[in-house]
Ligand binder design. Structure first.
Ligand code: CP
Length: 309
């Protein structure tokens, strides 16, 4: 399928070969960063960062990636400082930004916003997370981190814990895993936050082995323990959030009691109270590596999409 000039709306817009090619480019970017010899291949480009929802990692890692490659960035986080606050439409905002820049990284609370933007814009739209279903570059990063840690993705057992209903990183990761052959995906969540039926059906249709477990002790089977926070902002009713908040917590003690010594904990971050800081200084912790790899991974992606090769 290839990357040049393509929109990155859904990880399923790509195939395994594309994803593995991206990982090999990310490895090259890591090497260039380590040796402080990054080639400024995008010095004639400007990347637009249109973040209608808050972000720390996605926005800043894309911005860092663009700047490392010599590109400029323009953009905003939140609608308050833009003319959207005066009533300008999303479509007009995208149309205008598209005429200024070479690619737009977009985050929006509404599902489908990136696909809609990709119909309007001439330049590539990169989905930095929209609604509850898609965060393709996070899934690419989660898979790349796994590959970096274990050398492979096939054959591993993933335990996904937490808000599996509203977390777009979980659905995107399952879409991404459908291109690989993990041994099994084990799902642990409060009853109200179970994986949505359409994602379950997708996974089963694509040959993934899924198993729902009530008991947190199922982490004993995991190679990757993927923790997510409860996505408070996506609950239609805050009373429902109140019922589940604080209902699970991964701690050092829990990991030492049940997890394999070789297991690694990933979390897309931000965390709230579901992942204890006492895990930070253990060998299980891999979420800071994961966040850090966001820069070389997104450098590779920008470079491929914008033709900086
Ligand atoms: N992982 C992630 O999307 O983090 P941010 O919301 O900080 O971008």
């Amino acid at each position: 399928m290839g990357w040049f000039n393509k929109d990155v709306v859904n990880i399923l817009d790509f195939n395994r070969e594309d994803i593995e090619f991206l990982f090999s480019k990310a490895d090259e970017m890591r090497k260039q960063l380590k040796e402080k010899k990054v080639k400024k291949t995008l010095s004639d480009k400007i990347v637009g960062l249109a973040f209608f929802e808050p972000s720390t990692r996605t926005r800043m890692s894309f911005e860092t990636a663009a700047k490392r490659l010599g590109a400029e960035t323009v953009g905003f986080t939140g609608e308050e400082g833009t003319s959207v606050a005066k009533g300008e439409t999303f479509a007009d905002t995208i149309k205008m930004l598209d005429s200024y820049v070479d690619a737009i990284v977009l985050r929006h609370k509404f599902e489908g916003a990136a696909l809609f933007a990709s119909d309007i814009a001439q330049n590539p739209i990169i989905n930095g997370g929209d609604g509850k279903s898609h965060h393709p570059t996070q899934a690419m990063l989660d898979l790349y981190t796994t590959k970096t840690l274990f050398g492979e993705i096939d054959g591993l057992t993933f335990v996904l814990i937490g808000d599996l209903k509203y977390s777009r990183t979980v659905s995107s990761l399952i879409y991404g895993l459908s291109m690989f052959k993990p041994k099994e995906i084990i799902l642990i969540s409060p009853q109200q936050l179970k994986l949505r039926e359409e994602i379950k059906l997708f996974a089963i249709d694509h040959g993934l082995r899924l198993r729902e477990e009530e008991n947190i002790e199922a982490i004993s089977e995991a190679d990757i323990i993927y923790v997510t926070r409860i996505q408070k902002e996506r609950f239609p009713d805050l009373q429902e959030y109140e019922k589940v908040k604080g209902s699970y917590k991964i701690t050092k003690k829990l990991l030492e009691m049940h997890a394999k010594k070789t297991a690694k904990v990933l979390h897309p971050l931000p965390r709230v109270d579901e992942l204890s800081p006492d895990v930070d200084n253990t060998n299980y912790q891999a979420y800071f590596l994961q966040a850090g790899l966001g820069v070389p991974l997104r450098m590779a992606l920008l470079s491929l999409v914008l033709g900086g090769e």
